[in-house]
Design a protein around this ligand. Structure first.
Ligand code: NAP
Length: 428
């Protein structure tokens, strides 16, 4: 980790990322098992970069502090220098962090997302051959979920039952919206939360999902919502999504709305023919699904889902449910991104697993696959492809950490660091 004089920050110019050959990338190694995982991961990253570019490109990893390590060294869970580091260098990666107990910050992850306005939570979910899965055809699952990260009931606007805030809200509703007030079944003992869903917030999320689908030659974007019940929030998300697809991506997409309009005008056969021609021409299908049905269909007909764009709470449930289907809940990667500013923080989705800290035991794949996403975001796709090849090879050969080994017949259990070695060896 020597400081390289030629290392430079990644920048964004006119909406396009500029990644120098020697970019500075800040990292948080994480608490608990974080250091074990980071040691293995960074070796995998450096090996993949070296193999892909033969020394022409190299990452300068720069450690920034957060979580327990930051608290122990600086009595601050999330030092300003860390936030400034992510601001300055645009793209960073982090391991799992201990959630501070007892007031202050709700979660360091949430704080970082809010401070950098990282409005997309990106969760790609795919199966690696050999990974134990609870479903019969996990290979059919290859979904990329765009979860809105800043709004919805998840924004944390809520008041405790019996509090002054609830009393004020109830008084206001009773006075100005008596019909709404009557819908509150037990006003005396209700806690109350608010669910803001804006047009700007929905559009920037859906725009990112559609762009991703077009750039990565994906077939469809499904807008997942509960608009049948929550018409002005989730229903609006759906409607704003269709309008945006037509307005901004008209030439590259075909929407379910269009299909319905043609059907009403010319009949179902004509609508089907129109859709077939659009898809044959490579257009991305924009459709929608009610969240509960979508969760069922992701189990029963997963190959009908490709890119998903959804609100914060739906996305939270859906990301973990689909990750479980591919046996990947312990290895699922995530990215938090603001495509306008370029800021992105890629992260492990599991916690710090403190009982395994310093045992060189746990699976490093959540951070390694977060790195895979990060390099793809940077445009270093050769590195990402090598990482996938390495993981594929090691898992298929049955050399895996304890969590997979206990579920796979005939597997060889290896340590975190040895798993890293095997991944590197399988890069070819
Ligand atoms: P956890 O750390 O995710 O651990 C729960 C269990 O998941 C572990 O006991 C282990 O299962 C399995 N596991 C987690 N990471 C694994 C890995 N790398 N390889 C293999 N198995 C793994 O959840 P927790 O114990 O509820 O949370 C611990 C701390 O992490 C808390 O402070 C929490 O707030 C924090 N947290 C942080 C993040 C984040 O930073 N993104 C996310 C969630 C939680 P087995 O026991 O079956 O082996």
């Amino acid at each position: 980790m020597s400081e390289n004089a030629s290392a430079q920050p990644i920048t964004l110019k006119n909406g396009v990322l500029f990644v120098p050959d020697h970019p500075v990338i800040p990292f948080i190694e994480g608490d608990g098992t974080g250091p074990d995982i980071w040691r293995a991961s960074v070796r995998v990253f450096d090996a993949a970069v070296q193999k892909a570019y033969g020394g022409k490109r190299q990452v300068e990893w720069r450690e920034v502090l957060a979580g327990q390590k930051a608290y122990d060294l600086e009595q601050n869970w999330l030092p300003q220098a860390t936030i400034d580091g992510f601001r300055q260098y645009l793209i960073g990666i982090k391991g799992p962090l201990t959630t501070p107990v007892g007031g202050g910050m709700r979660s360091l992850n949430v704080a970082l997302r809010q401070m950098l306005d990282l409005y997309v939570c990106l969760r790609p979910v795919r199966w690696f051959k050999g990974v134990p899965s609870p479903v019969r055809t996990p290979e059919k699952i290859d979904v990329v979920i765009f979860r809105e990260n800043t709004e919805d009931i998840y924004a944390g606007i809520e008041w405790e039952a019996g509090s002054e805030g609830v009393a004020k809200l109830l008084a206001f509703l009773k006075q100005d919206f008596p019909q709404m007030y009557q819908r509150i079944r037990f006003p005396e003992s209700s806690g109350i939360g608010l669910k803001p869903v804006s047009r700007e917030g929905s559009e920037r999320l859906i725009r990112s999902a559609i762009r991703y689908a077009i750039e990565n030659k994906r077939k469809s974007v499904t807008l997942v919502h509960k608009g049948n019940i929550m018409k002005y929030t989730e229903g609006a998300f759906r409607n704003w999504g269709y309008a945006l697809a037509t307005r901004e991506f008209g030439g590259q997409t075909y929407t379910w709305d269009q299909w319905e309009a043609t059907k009403a005008d010319k009949g179902e056969a004509a609508a089907n023919a129109e859709q077939k021609a659009a898809l044959a021409a490579g257009k991305v299908l924009i459709k929608d699904a009610i969240a509960d049905i979508a969760l069922q269909q992701l189990l029963t007909r997963p190959d009908e889902f490709d890119v998903v764009a959804t609100l914060n709470l739906n996305g939270d449930y859906m990301s973990d449910a689909v990750a479980a289907q591919v046996g990947g809940i312990g290895i699922a990667p995530g990215g938090n991104i603001n495509y306008e500013t370029g800021h992105a923080v890629f992260e492990a989705t599991h916690g710090t697993a403190p009982k395994y800290a310093n045992l060189d035991k746990v699976n490093p794949c959540s951070v390694i696959l977060s790195g895979e996403m990060m390099f793809r975001y940077m445009g270093w796709t050769e590195v990402s492809d090598l990482i996938i090849k390495g993981i594929d090879g090691s898992v298929s050969a049955g050399t895996v950490t304890y969590d997979f080994a206990r579920l796979m017949q005939g597997a060889t259990e290896v340590s975190t660091s040895e798993f890293g070695n095997r991944i590197i060896a399988h890069m070819g």
